[in-house]
Design a protein around this ligand. Structure first.
Ligand code: PBG
Length: 332
């Protein structure tokens, strides 16, 4: 649809920008606290809150502190939290068995949050990298990231998370066929209400650097993730991945990273009209925080502008490390 515009001076588009009231009336998109999913890092111990150097304002928390933080986030109106484990080095192995241990720190954190704040939605991460001796999201056999054996492990991991009480499973691994396998297993085991938010279009990105520090995977990673994560040059391929995941039973889809890929979000939303999410990843967060700390930009304003950009691009919501800060501002 092409908007009709009378010739100047009958049309003066500045009329609608003249006052806050008129700008408010004609505003097209709104960021709400309900759009936010807060990613957090869980570590071993008790009473521990340890800063992540490359992500100012982000911490690794022990399970008890995760529950406390979830309570605070819930009080701010944040609907969902996403749990990422910082696995102790000795629990990282070639067979990644810790990934489906019902008592691993991620699963303990899921239970602790559901106990402390039952109304808060808990999202998980499904990929082998926090448990893998070589830092990859899948099993490595003779230098190759093997697909089908990895999917079997991811299904075990999914069921352990569902059993711990997860509301939303978040496969971030980019293996083929994993959504269908997870959905079938969830149905068979009685978890028919558990949602899947698929990291469908996840790019092989340098923006994940600070995250890999946060979960202790930077040192471990051998090589790169280009044989399973997407080429940043591609756009049509993202639509094929999204369509494939929807056909396999994903309830919601994600594009990741966020800001450099807003064009993908728009295409996904226009093509499928399904619940669409962006992940404003660690590198995006770190860049804003670093420039703000130097006094080069207004951190709060850039945070809000970047988050609104996701809504304008077509997102239903955003995973962002800024969630509590943004919620405070949105709540006035
Ligand atoms: C790993 C995973 C990554 C992120 C979420 N899950 C990193 C990677 O793929 O190497 C990145 C999140 C961020 O950068 O904030 N499966």
């Amino acid at each position: 649809m092409k908007p009709t515009v009378a010739p100047f001076p009958h049309t003066r588009l500045r009329r609608a920008r003249r006052t806050p009231a008129l700008r408010g009336l004609t505003r097209e998109n709104l960021l709400s606290v309900e759009d936010l999913i807060w990613p957090v890092f869980v570590r071993e111990g008790k009473g521990e809150i340890e800063p992540v150097a490359s992500m100012p304002g982000v911490y690794r928390r022990s399970v008890d502190k995760i529950a406390e933080a979830a309570k605070e986030a819930h009080a701010l109106g944040i609907p969902a939290i996403c749990i990422f484990p910082y696995t102790p080095l000795e629990a990282r192995t070639e067979d990644c068995a810790e990934a489906w241990n019902p008592d691993n720190i991620a699963n303990r954190a899921i239970r602790a949050v559901k106990d402390a704040v039952p109304d808060m939605a808990v999202m998980t991460d499904v990929a082998l990298d926090p448990y893998n001796i070589n830092g990859h999201d899948g099993y490595v056999v003779n230098g190759e990231i093997v697909n089908d054996r990895t999917v079997e492990a991811l299904v075990r991991m999914t069921l352990a998370q569902a059993q711990a009480g997860a509301d939303i499973i978040g496969p971030s691994d980019m293996m083929d066929g994993r959504i269908g396998a997870m959905r079938t297993a969830l149905e068979q085991e009685g978890y028919q209400n558990v949602m899947i938010l698929s990291y469908s279009a996840k790019y092989a990105s340098a923006y994940y650097g600070p995250f890999r520090d946060a979960v202790g995977a930077s040192g471990a990673l051998t090589g790169d993730k280009k044989t399973y994560q997407m080429d940043p040059a591609n756009s049509d391929e993202a639509l094929r991945l999204i369509e494939r995941d929807l056909r396999e039973g994903a309830d919601m889809v994600m594009v990741k990273p966020g800001t450099p890929y807003l064009d993908i979000i728009r295409r996904v939303k226009d093509s499928f009209g399904v619940p669409t999410f962006a992940y404003q990843v660690s590198g995006e967060y770190a860049m804003i925080q670093a420039a703000a700390q130097n006094g080069w930009i207004d951190g709060e304003k850039i945070m809000m502008e970047s988050l609104l950009g996701f809504k304008r691009a077509g997102c239903n919501g955003v995973l962002t490390y800024f969630a509590p800060e943004a919620a405070k501002l949105l709540n006035g």
